[in-house]
Design a protein around this ligand. Structure first.
Ligand code: SF4
Ligand code: SF4
Ligand code: SF4
Length: 327
């Protein structure tokens, strides 16, 4: 079968036009997921974090995770004394990191300073990990918004690892039947009215748990504080009654996670630019909304594939007819 070049280009253009229509339609799909009014979240304020890592221990205790040794935990020649995971892992859902510059003389300043940063699942509004998971092992709770996983459904394909813009899901490379692990915002505690282990153990309030709307309001309130203003930072939850009095740092006027990548339920405040803390610059919509929007629109009712197929059939018919006439 000889397809006429012009016919082939026509058919292809039809498909491209259908795809262009899909591009327009997907603009409406952006921000397709909003946070539910009952959504929960975590506010991490790097300016009041003291790097004590109590949150890491709270997480291990709340989730029954084993101690992890990395060779960094040596003291006077004795090894494996304390938990010392280098990064998040199947056994460590949260990691406090320190970002330093030159002399590291002052906390919460980038040049010649340092800042702590908490790494854990961001509980994205429209999570790429959920979008790519072929077995629906990763699930976003429609009420709390917590992204958890069905460990029995995980087939270990690691698509979620590749899709996550924050490099969060971790794989059990050392297991015979490996699975993916990550923070699931202590959903087992939250469903019974409890709070995550990290927020419970944090002594300063740097990790604060609550309804998402409330913690976002709290974050925005902190951004109005003048540098050096006295503020009582709530500990654990907004209404715990416990507070840490402290002078406010010079905040970057931005709540990371409010919109980034379509928004997250773990939001961050800092006095050091977020990109210096290792947080990616993301557009205001998720990759999942774009890729799924495009696919769903192109394949909606199978119209675009049907148009392309019909066009190819007509072109092939014409081509065969032409050959017969010439023959
Ligand atoms: S941070 Fe990564 S693992 Fe967590 S919900 Fe978002 S995409 Fe999924
Ligand atoms: S929310 Fe729970 S699982 Fe997630 S880091 Fe905190 S303690 Fe760990
Ligand atoms: S427990 Fe609180 S203060 Fe200590 S490292 Fe964790 S977030 Fe920072």
């Amino acid at each position: 079968m000889n397809l006429d070049r012009r016919d082939f280009i026509k058919v292809l253009s039809t498909g491209v036009l259908a795809a262009a229509g899909a591009e327009k339609a997907l603009a409406a799909e952006v921000d397709r997921y909003k946070r539910s009014p009952e959504a929960v979240g975590i506010l991490y304020d790097a300016t009041i974090c003291v790097g004590c890592k109590a949150c890491e221990i709270g997480c291990k205790q709340a989730n029954n995770l084993p101690v992890e040794h990395s060779g960094l935990d040596e003291y006077h020649g004795v090894q494996n004394i304390w938990d010392s995971a280098k990064d998040t892992s199947p056994n460590s859902y949260i990691k406090i990191k320190v970002h330093k510059d030159s002399s590291t003389a002052k906390k919460d300043q980038f040049e010649n300073g340092y800042s702590f940063m908490r790494t854990a699942c961001m509980h994205c509004i429209d999570p790429d990990c959920v979008s790519v998971c072929p077995t629906s092992a990763l699930i976003k709770d429609p009420v709390t918004g917590i992204v958890s996983w069905d460990i029995d459904a995980c087939c270990g394909c690691r698509y979620c690892q590749m899709a996550c813009p924050y490099l969060i899901p971790k794989f059990e490379y050392d297991k015979a039947f490996p699975k993916i692990e990550k923070c699931f915002m202590c959903s087992h505690r939250v469903k019974d009215g409890g709070i995550p282990g990290c927020a419970e153990f944090c002594p300063t309030g740097a990790t604060l748990f609550g309804k998402f709307a409330d913690i976002l309001e709290e974050a925005k309130k902190r951004l109005t504080l003048a540098e050096g203003a006295e503020y009582s930072y709530p500990q654990h939850t907004l209404d715990s009654g416990k507070q840490t009095p402290k002078k406010a740092a010079k905040y970057i006027q931005y709540v990371y996670g409010e919109k980034d990548g379509g928004g997250t339920q773990y939001i961050i405040l800092s006095a050091v630019p977020f990109e210096k803390l290792g947080l990616p610059k993301l557009p205001d919509h998720s990759s999942a909304s774009k890729s799924e929007g495009l696919q769903h629109t192109i394949y909606k009712g199978m119209i675009a594939p049907a148009v392309v197929l019909a066009g190819l059939a007509v072109a092939a018919y014409r081509s065969t007819n032409q050959e017969e006439k010439e023959g």
